[in-house]
Design a protein around this ligand. Structure first.
Ligand code: SF4
Length: 473
């Protein structure tokens, strides 16, 4: 094949791309060059810039300071703002951050501001009297940015997505270059649409085989980070391809790409296939976002910094122990760890497929420890409330099993947050969690301990009160 048939236009001849990895191909295109190599410094054009309530106000401040109080963003249609972090809290400063985003979106005429409330002139105030479980958001609210970006049709193969959040790398599941940046860089992009970037060297992870029952994508990435260390991919692109990818759903790929940063990776990226196309096309169509794109494909002659083969069928339920995501152990060897709490949620572990795996194990049983469930997006919450297994919804199955399910999707306790955040650890507890990061203090109290695991392992452990291999449930 000498041309790439994208879903939009026919584009570059592959002769231009010989010897480049997927990441290099995208960065070459985005910088207007025929080819780039690892280590090159290039000016990259952004296709999308995403920011949220934690970093958005700071980014706006940098933009106004550097470009002027009346400056306009380089392209309103390429700016996506998704409040999601410190939302369902009575903390007035956190509420004010959402108001700053609303004022900026109005001033700039930004079409992709996913506000918490419906009134464009209103103020966001969380009603603590209603409690954390009942819905307190409007029609446009989108939930956790990394799960919401693809849902709302903002992730497209071959594009460049910058976001003011380290887990922006999750969108690499869709065959795009996506990475987290700081407020200063984001402020610069708001003004210019460009960023100076060093092209990362690519580590190649070839996936073979298929996951065994009870094993999830989360186990794959925890295994891999344990293999290379939590700094083992520092400023590298992590490319995932090979025959094993076909057996992974888009949710699975998102989980793996999301945690590239937990190995220090600059980005994670998957090959494009029929599943990618079907998901992206459906989401762009549904939301009326830009529907044409040019994927990048392998040509087989590229040079990798390092190559590893991952045999999916050999991976077992895996846990990353306190105090970092590289502390890998097998769940079956961890039964001596008694737990106080279990948590399923976040961009990594709060997707519909995560809750399905969670509910399969909890169905008809009851948890032994405090267990929290936070859907990543409103659409996921609706899925769980509308999907029935026989006479019960998945939501009801979880509630009957003793899980505290909130209708307010967001980052919640994944990042600790203000003291009234749902699920936050305000005392030194031990928690098994389907989230993605477990450095000290990550989910609240600095002396708490977080054990990262798949939703299946979290469910099995919630039933016993100690870390449990889900294949025993
Ligand atoms: S859910 Fe957690 S990891 Fe994901 S964006 Fe929110 S705070 Fe970050």
């Amino acid at each position: 094949m000498d041309k790439v048939q994208g879903c939009g236009t026919l584009s570059f001849s592959l002769a231009w791309w010989l010897y480049m990895t997927l990441t290099e191909k995208i960065l070459a295109r985005a910088s207007g060059k025929r080819e780039v190599q690892a280590g090159d410094n290039v000016w990259v054009s952004a296709d999308v810039l995403m920011t949220h309530d934690v970093c958005g106000p700071g980014t706006i401040g940098v933009f106004k300071r550097e470009f002027g109080a009346d400056a306009k963003v380089w392209d309103p249609k390429r700016v996506v703002i998704m409040p999601d972090h410190y939302i369902f809290t009575a903390d007035s400063k956190s509420n004010r951050n959402v108001d700053i985003l609303r004022e900026f979106a109005k001033e700039q005429g930004l079409p992709y501001f996913y506000d918490v409330i419906d009134d464009p002139n209103g103020k966001w105030v969380f009603d603590a009297q209603k409690g954390p479980l009942k819905r307190q958001y409007g029609e446009r609210y989108a939930g956790v940015c990394h799960a919401a970006l693809p849902e709302k049709g903002h992730t497209r193969p071959g594009e460049v997505l910058f976001g003011t959040d380290s887990h922006t790398c999750m969108a690499g599941a869709f065959n795009e270059f996506s990475t987290g940046i700081g407020n200063t860089d984001a402020g610069f992009i708001l003004g210019t649409g460009k960023l100076l970037l060093k092209v990362p060297a690519t580590m190649h992870f070839r996936l073979e085989g298929k996951l065994a029952p009870g094993v999830m994508a989360k186990d794959v990435i925890l295994h891999l980070i344990g293999e290379i260390g939590f700094d083992g991919a520092t400023y590298r692109a992590m490319q995932f391809d090979g025959p094993g990818v076909a057996s992974l759903s888009m949710d699975d790929r998102m989980t793996i790409a999301n945690m590239a940063i937990e190995a220090g990776g600059k980005n994670g990226i998957f090959e494009f296939d029929g599943q990618t196309k079907a998901t992206v096309d459906a989401r762009c169509l549904l939301n009326g976002t830009k529907a044409n794109y040019d994927p990048v494909e392998r040509d087989g002659n590229e040079t990798f910094y390092q190559e590893l083969t991952i045999h999916l069928d050999q991976i077992e339920p895996t846990v990353a122990c306190h105090p970092d995501p590289g502390q890998r152990k097998l769940a079956k060897s961890m039964g001596h760890i008694q737990l106080d709490r279990a948590y399923v949620g976040s961009c990594t572990g709060g997707k519909t497929s995560d809750f399905i795996a969670f509910a399969r194990i909890l169905r008809g049983k009851h948890v032994k420890i405090d267990t929290f469930g936070v859907p990543a997006t409103p659409a996921i919450a609706r899925d769980l409330q509308n999907t029935r297994w026989e006479d019960k919804t998945i939501w009801d199955i979880l509630v009957e099993a003793g899980v505290r399910m909130t209708e307010n999707p967001g980052c919640a306790a994944c990042l600790g947050g203000p003291v009234d955040t749902f699920g936050r650890m305000n005392t030194p507890l031990k928690c098994i969690s389907a989230t993605n990061r477990n450095f000290p203090g990550r989910m609240g109290h600095k002396d708490s301990q977080v054990f990262l695991a798949s939703p299946a392992t979290v469910a099995a452990s919630a039933l016993t009160g100690h870390i449990t291999d889900p294949r025993e449930s």
